[in-house]
Design a protein around this ligand. Structure first.
Ligand SMILES: [Fe+2]
Length: 214
């Protein structure tokens, strides 16, 4: 029995992947003057890194709980898994969809945007309003709804991950936690949201769209 339990623990921990902080695809100062080096450094090295570390710690506890058939402990870990797992997923997409130079959306994405919102500007307006309107900390997203095969705008509280909580596939998210803008934009979230479109990597968003919609 002991040997079996030990084997099960080893198998579970062996199968568990360990998450790591992804490198930024550009230098910390590359998004200046839109997003300062200080914000990018803190945001990546402190905030995102903490989500990754806490996610790994939570998954380790979950793995141990599962190996002991301890359902109660496993369930109690759900908030930490959602928060830190969401934080890791959200920020990984965020870095990927920013760029020192605003790139252009693909023809396919532009067609989808026009069909879903009427125009690119209308989509930007809706996404901006959603971002500015998030109460407290959270994210605004442009996502793809596979059920109706259209794009949609959504808000997520805290670090709730878009797909796991709404079913939408995340294409582009705007982080409106104060840690994303306060050092530079103070309390004027609307200015930060307006500026983020100057460093949006629509090429990367387009790739996410073609993957989501296929
Ligand atoms: Fe963030």
């Amino acid at each position: 029995m002991f040997a079996l339990r030990r084997l099960s623990t080893v198998a579970l921990s062996g199968a568990r992947c360990k998450h790591s902080l992804p490198d930024l695809p550009y230098a910390y100062e590359a998004l200046e003057p839109i997003i300062s080096r200080d914000i990018m450094t803190l945001h990546h090295q402190k905030h995102h890194a903490t989500y990754v570390n806490n996610l790994n710690a939570t998954e380790e506890k979950l793995s141990q709980a599962i190996s002991k058939c301890d359902v109660s402990t496993a369930i109690s870990l759900e908030p930490a898994l959602r928060f830190n797992g969401g934080g890791h997923l959200n920020h990984t997409i965020f870095w990927e969809t920013l760029s020192p130079k605003c790139t252009e959306a693909s023809k396919d994405l532009m067609v989808a945007i026009t069909e879903s919102f009427g125009s690119f500007d209308a989509m930007k307006e809706l996404l901006s309003a959603a971002a500015v309107g998030v109460q407290g900390s959270g994210w605004a997203w442009l996502g793809y709804d596979p059920k109706i095969k259209r794009l949609r705008i959504a808000q997520c509280a805290n670090q709730d991950p878009l797909e796991a909580t709404t079913g939408l596939k995340p294409l582009f998210g705007i982080d409106v936690w104060e840690h994303a803008y306060y050092l530079q934009y103070k309390n004027v979230r609307a200015d930060y949201v307006k500026a983020i479109f100057e460093v949006t990597n629509w090429e990367a968003v387009s790739k996410r769209y073609s993957k989501a919609a296929c």
